[in-house]
Design a protein around this ligand. Sequence first.
Ligand code: AMP
Ligand code: ZN
Length: 429
Amino acid sequence: MYYDPVETMDRAALENIQAERLRETIEIAKRSPFYAERLKGIEPGDIKTPADVAGLPFTTKEDLRGQYPHGLLTRPLEDFVRLHASSGTTGSPVAIFYTRKDLDTWADLMARSMFCCGCRRSDVLQNTSGYGLFTGGLGIHYGSERLGMLTIPAGTGNTKRQIKLIRDHNVTVLHIIPSFALYFAQKVREEGYDPKDMPWRIALIGAEPHTEEARRKIERQMHIKAYNCYGLSEMNGPGVAFECEHQNGMHLWEDAYIPEIINPETGEHVAEGEVGELVMTTLRRDGMPIIRYRTRDLTRFLPGQCECGRTHRRIDRISGRADDMMILKGVNIYPMQVEQCLMTMPEVGQSYLIELIREGVSDQMRVKVEIKDEYFVEDMRALQGLQKRIAKNLCNEILVTPRVELCQSNSIPKAAGKAVRVVDLRDKE
Ligand code: AMP
Ligand code: ZN
């Protein structure tokens, strides 16, 4: 069952659509002050196949910041009806503008994405994302309505009320960020309910990097099927790539985006199947098209056909961001390696935090790990043993031995939105 026939279109036809839309995109983009300049000398007719995208210049986050607020708009401001902003915590903001047609396209892509992992119009969706500038609020909301689901805009916080809404209205689909999901499962139990008895069956989890181990943990603790969903404001928001019922990578909607994977250092395409930085070109954005956007997100194309019959290529879960990498004692480390290791240990609770500290002249990593209540005992020896085991397992994964600090459940502060996994205290302690 598919939402849109384009999902199973044969590759040659799909590539024809891509080439045609890329020509259109270049033509439209050149109406903006930024691309009028950046695409000088490039004509739509230069594009024969989608692979020709590789001849176009990149667009970076710095470009978007430099053009803030209106430099990429292809139309007068009165043609736009919505603005979202990227959640970056540093630097000047990036604003994304949508025309009515853009919102319509986005809602369709979102509805298609949710259908793809099993949502149907008879489902009831509760959205626990913040309804603000973050695209996970309104983006999921309008997609869900487009699919025809009863949609509950619960927003963040007030877990007690969230649980009541879920029970009262038979919520079957939950949109929840992964770092909140485990906390949520625990709250459900604290309220006296068994997650098994909750009406839900599907969790849409995305917006932040998480490992396969974290997904499985969420599935077990919530008694739910969790599907990875990927997107970013610059490419509309959620609904760029989504898992199907096979949960083996995310189909990236190639009628709406041309994806490329490059070596972030050289800008060249990596070999098929290798990990690199995802670069995307919008094919269906009217008001603010973006060409060859450097997402900084690291992933790879997964080989082969998916059993579901969709022909759009799949990307692997995002393993981190090109700018996430920490270098400690000469070793490159990504936060997701730490998560992957922690989430396989049964004693580990919901949350963790990586702190970069300075000890004397050298940099060190301190990992704070929440431990499940039943393992947080008074036996000093048992705790020290656990601490050592965590340090050793981490060392096997990241090749340096971090300091490990065991923490009680819920003692690591939670960010309001996306989780903060790394803090740099090197010049602060
Ligand atoms: P924003 O535009 O503020 O919503 O942030 C988008 C960024 O969130 C992406 O570039 C990714 O770094 C991250 N992100 C979104 N969805 C996922 C996902 N499913 N897995 C990992 N990271 C994600
Ligand atoms: Zn599939």
